[in-house]
Design a protein around this ligand. Structure first.
Ligand SMILES: C[S@@+](CC[C@H](N)C(=O)[O-])C[C@H]1O[C@@H](n2cnc3c(N)ncnc32)[C@H](O)[C@@H]1O
Length: 266
């Protein structure tokens, strides 16, 4: 399988040094912990696992087994190199290439207690894609299982958010260490095309989509996730304040956080 991430591989980890990465990790942890705590040794499916960052976090946070899936061969290769000898012997971590749009039920894996998709759903171009992704998620979850995903800022007025973001970045281009360029509205009216450009070295950029909040919710339902849908309140961890000071985050919360966390029960 080829993907725009094949040229990125290990370089993707430059994003893990941004202050917003601290916010992201803590908010994902807060969302998944109550579900991981429900079962003894829960089984977790990490979709769009990339270099395996959250796959390892899921083990650290209590998962008994994690299966990471990503579209890009080179991301999966990097992820595989992170499996320790002990993890290999215990068989607690597996990475494979796969497309969340077409995955279906993974034949050689039992259903999972929890699925994560940290920056997965933003590769959906439409409600149709979103539905396909949630069909794959639902097909691999136990009844009563849960999906936790990180998305761009959840709003139905993506155009207002796009204009605000472009304006802030025009005035303060280096503020966040990353630029999210909203460069074209989709003809469908479902959202915008975006390009994410990291400012660090090595230079990394990739393209994806910021769809309306209601498209995520409709896709989840159409994809067979019939339980509760919640968007968690994004909180600022003390570690992020310690790193940059409080003032740095004022604008982040006034304008709306760059990310959302969606929790969908099956
Ligand atoms: C921004 S990275 C996030 C990686 C990881 N979740 C993290 O937060 O560190 C997005 C990942 O999504 C993967 N991806 C994009 N479309 C996908 C699809 N249809 N199915 C599976 N993975 C996909 C890309 O290959 C890339 O590794």
């Amino acid at each position: 399988m080829t993907s725009q991430y094949d040229d990125i591989g290990a370089k993707y980890n430059v994003f893990k040094h941004l202050p917003t990465s601290i916010v992201e990790t803590q908010n994902v942890k807060d969302a998944v912990l109550p579900y991981l705590a429900k079962t003894e040794k829960p089984r977790a499916l990490d979709l769009a696992c990339g270099t395996g960052y959250y796959s390892h976090k899921l083990l650290e946070w209590g998962a008994g087994y994690v299966f990471g899936v990503d579209l890009s061969n080179s991301m999966v290769e990097v992820a595989r190199q992170t499996i320790s000898e002990q993890q290999k012997q215990e068989g607690v971590l597996r990475f494979e290439t796969g497309n969340a749009l077409t995955l279906g039920k993974i034949p050689d894996e039992e259903p999972f207690d929890i699925a994560t998709g940290v920056w997965l759903l933003n590769y959906s171009t439409s409600l149709d894609d979103m539905t396909k992704m949630f069909k794959s998620i639902s097909a691999n979850l136990k009844d009563g299982g849960v999906f936790v995903g990180v998305t761009p800022h959840p709003t139905d007025d993506v155009t207002a958010f796009a204009e605000m973001t472009n304006e802030v970045q025009r005035k303060q281009p280096s503020r966040w260490g990353v630029t999210v360029n909203y460069y074209e509205q989709l003809e469908s009216g479902e959202g915008w095309r975006t390009e994410v450009i990291g400012h660090g070295e090595p230079r990394v950029s990739f393209k994806n989509f910021h769809l309306k909040k209601s498209i995520y919710e409709a896709g989840a339902k159409a994809g067979g996730m019939n339980g509760k849908v919640t968007w968690t309140e994004i909180k600022l961890p003390q570690e992020a304040v310690d790193k940059t000071g409080t003032d740095f985050w004022d604008m982040y919360f006034t304008n709306g956080p760059h990310m959302g966390v969606i929790v969908v029960e099956k």
